[in-house]
Design a protein. Structure first.
Length: 418
């Protein structure tokens, strides 16, 4: 594959530079994670349980796992398509608007699903459309944020994850049993997309590197698509990210049932309210660690140390839950576990953007790395359901500790970033 390119220039955000851009990225990512946490964490489990309480674990694992395949496929595909979009509105804007509107429509379909098959179809399509939106959104960081501010941008992403968890679970807990919650959360994503597109300036053709590629067959296209995995640091970071996310989602995906079946719903609360409360406690801690971790990683120019510390804290939190499964300990677990994931998120995006093999294919390569986040979401429901069936929640907790520590070890071979 060969290519020629025109010179690239940087287009600043309209009316105000990095502060405005990062603020709007915070809003958009918060809306996005509100959908993932609100629908995936509360509304979807509640829908699945209402259909067949006896088979809820297996059914949720099946729906979550299959739908995550769509997320895994559509993220890099969306990134590749936005890389190759040359419109008068820019590369990312059309996919931000189109992806968000399509996500709203498919979330409405999910909210009105009457059977397990329609729930599966609705959530799979919603995951696909949300990942078209996400691929364009995450590509804005390597497009328009200077390398020396990538840690701060990563912290913004981490804070948005936490804020989205609060907003999504709190909203979802108030709309269990109907379709309105799905529509409200989807509408937030559309509104955020409109704000990003109208209040910042997506670089137009001529303001970024335009690459013209020779046409190749399917084999050549696939080879180019995954060529980044041949890059040493990119490959090890892919493995590390996949293991850390797997450890996190193995427990997160079944939090609703962990509270009901292992911890016990506190007196005076429903299960959705208990999950929302624990999420709120954890999110506050996560925000603090994200705010501290991102700027500190910029100041000391060290990223791998923070990933390793996050893995250790993850192990500590799950060990507490393993030793004394009770509501007060569950709140402590949520605080420490979310702090660890906040610390990880504070530097993860910075690490990702600093090891991209090719800036001209930034969205494509970030999409491939996002498979390391979406891929474990495919595996985690099946793995967690199997572990619970074989060894109960105790085995699930032990597995989460081991996988998190392996994720920390996998980041050590990365050479280009300290």
């Amino acid at each position: 594959m060969s290519a020629t390119a025109t010179p690239a220039t940087t287009a600043p955000a309209r009316g105000g530079g990095q502060a405005r851009l990062l603020s709007l990225l915070l809003v958009a990512n918060t809306a996005m994670f509100s959908v993932y946490m609100g629908v995936g964490g509360i509304l979807l489990p509640a829908q699945v349980e209402a259909l067949d309480p006896a088979a809820k674990v297996a059914n949720l694992g099946m729906v979550s796992g299959i739908s995550a395949i769509f997320a895994t496929l559509f993220n890099p595909i969306g990134g590749m398509l936005s890389d190759r979009t040359h419109s008068r509105w820019g590369r990312r804007a059309p996919w931000l608007i189109g992806g968000s509107v399509a996500a709203l429509a498919t979330l409405a379909l999910l909210g009105n699903a009457a059977g397990l098959l329609m729930i599966l179809i609705g959530w799979s399509l919603a995951q696909a459309m949300m990942n078209l939106f996400q691929a364009a959104l995450t590509a804005i960081i390597p497009d328009r944020v200077p390398r020396e501010r990538r840690g701060t941008a990563s912290a913004v992403f981490g804070i948005a994850t936490s804020l989205g968890a609060i907003a999504g679970t709190q909203l979802a807990a108030r709309f269990v049993g109907g379709s309105l919650g799905h529509v409200v959360l989807g509408s937030l994503v559309v509104a955020a997309a409109v704000l990003v597109v109208t209040l910042t300036r997506d670089p137009r053709p001529g303001e970024y590197e335009v690459v013209r590629r020779e046409k190749t067959g399917l084999g050549g296209s696939l080879a180019g698509f995954v060529s980044a995995l041949g890059h040493h640091d990119f490959r090890w970071l892919f493995i590390s990210r996949a293991l850390m996310v797997l450890s996190y989602f193995m427990l997160l995906g079944f939090m609703f049932f962990i509270v009901k079946d292992r911890i016990g719903v506190p007196s005076g609360m429903t299960a959705p309210e208990a999950v929302a409360t624990a999420t709120l406690v954890g999110t506050v801690c996560s925000i603090v660690f994200t705010l501290v971790g991102g700027p500190l990683s910029d100041r000391f120019d060290r990223r791998k140390t923070f990933v390793f510390l996050a893995a250790v804290l993850t192990g500590v939190s799950i060990t507490l839950l393993l030793a004394a499964p009770s509501w007060p300990v569950f709140l402590l677990y949520s605080a420490i576990h979310s702090s660890a994931f906040g610390l990880f998120m504070a530097v993860d995006t910075a690490l990702v953007t600093l090891v991209l093999p090719s800036e001209k294919d930034a969205a494509r390569d970030m999409g491939i790395l996002n498979i390391a986040a979406a891929g474990p979401q495919i595996a985690s429901p099946f793995i967690a359901a199997a572990i619970i069936s074989l060894g109960g929640y105790t085995a699930l907790f032990v597995s989460g500790i081991v996988i998190a520590l392996l994720g920390a070890l996998a980041v050590l071979p990365v050479e280009s970033v300290r």
